[in-house]
Design a protein around this ligand. Structure first.
Ligand SMILES: [Zn+2]
Length: 103
């Protein structure tokens, strides 16, 4: 049976690993956090007006307008579960929204 000290020690390890994973994931972001937040805001607004046509039309438009590396970021969005604009909001913002401060 784990005593209190052991439980505390394990909890600290789990928390450290979670922090390290988040830091690594943030370091691998191909887009700055303010840009990512602005992307979520823009895509969200476009979806409200036009709905999703099952492409990354709004996300790509945003990236091109800001002169960001479109293909690299689209690839990252897809890997994060964002295959189209509504999935960007549902999946990518679901994961990253809190970190970039958009929710
Ligand atoms: Zn969609």
């Amino acid at each position: 049976m784990a005593n209190q000290e052991e439980k505390k020690r394990r909890k600290a390890i789990v928390e450290r690993i979670a922090r390290e994973e988040q830091t690594a994931a943030e370091a691998a972001l191909p887009i700055s956090k303010p840009d990512l937040k602005a992307l979520f805001d823009y895509v969200d607004q476009q979806l409200e007006q036009n709905g999703c046509d099952h492409t990354l039309k709004a996300a790509r438009f945003f990236l091109v307008q800001r002169k960001l590396p479109e293909e690299v970021i689209v690839e990252w969005l897809r890997e994060a579960g964002g295959g189209c604009d509504c999935e960007v909001i549902a999946n990518v913002e679901g994961t990253w929204g809190e970190i970039v401060g958009s929710v």
